[in-house]
Write a protein that binds this ligand. Structure first.
Ligand code: MN3
Length: 241
């Protein structure tokens, strides 16, 4: 990618709501909120919806800053690089390394998407419980909010290695489900709409919580931006009514 062009676009703040992934995975609402994409399909780091220190004391400012400016930026850069490499390979009609680049595309693309959803899954004014249709759906699919919370917490705690836990909506059978994700891209069931994620890679919590992942997850619930989760749910649940 042309560095000058990237700098120009970054400075100019040119944004358009282009989709990162085709199909059901992308949330148009999420894209609109964050102006994820700039011209020519070059992906950029979305604006963080709060300041680095706004999630304290639950997540410290240093963790948020490194996570956002180094880790998330790295996935954005990796995604752009993979797309450029695939484009170049097509141009040269040489697909010899395409298995490598499609893996990079998946890992970095999913990493970019999940981090964007992660930042929006939290708010300094978060916590409590969901309301409205989402609250009703949680009761229908999990029994009670506490049962859902226990399922989500246990899923997050037991992810092997680096990964995530996700609350998602399946529009095919109109059910909410909880998933474990390994790395950024493994163990999904593909037809689902992601609504909320917690990052349980160690870089998300290790400075403050060290090996105590469960303590991080329990504290994290006091940051959950239920308004955003409800909004994403309502976008995809609208046609059901
Ligand atoms: Mn992360």
């Amino acid at each position: 990618m042309n560095e000058n062009r990237r700098d120009f676009l970054k400075t100019a703040g040119i944004a358009s709501a282009m989709t990162l992934f085709g199909g059901a995975l992308i949330s148009s609402e999420l894209v609109a909120q964050n102006e994820l994409f700039i011209n020519n399909n070059i992906h950029k780091l979305p604006k963080l919806p709060y300041k680095f220190n706004d999630l304290e004391p639950i997540i410290d400012a240093t963790t948020v800053e490194i996570h956002y400016t180094k880790h998330h930026q790295g996935y954005v850069d990796g995604l752009n690089k993979a797309e450029a490499a695939i484009s170049e390979a097509l141009g040269k009609n040489n697909l010899e390394l395409i298995d490598y680049w499609t893996k990079k595309l998946s890992f970095n693309g999913a990493g970019h998407y999940l981090h964007t959803l992660y930042w929006n899954s939290m708010s300094p004014e978060g916590g409590g419980q969901p309301s409205g249709k989402l609250a009703d759906q949680i009761k229908i699919n999990f029994g009670t909010f506490e049962k859902f919370k226990n399922l989500f917490t246990t899923a997050a705690k037991t992810v092997e290695g680096s990964g995530w836990a996700m609350l998602a909506y399946n529009p095919q059978n109109k059910k909410l489900i909880v998933l474990q994700i390994e790395n950024h891209q493994k163990l999904t069931t593909w037809e689902i709409i992601p609504l909320m994620v917690i990052d349980v890679w160690e870089h998300a919590y290790y400075l403050k919580y060290q090996n105590k992942r469960l303590e991080y997850i329990n504290s994290w619930f006091d940051l959950v931006n239920w308004k955003n989760v409800e909004k994403l749910f309502s976008v995809h649940n609208n046609n059901d009514n």
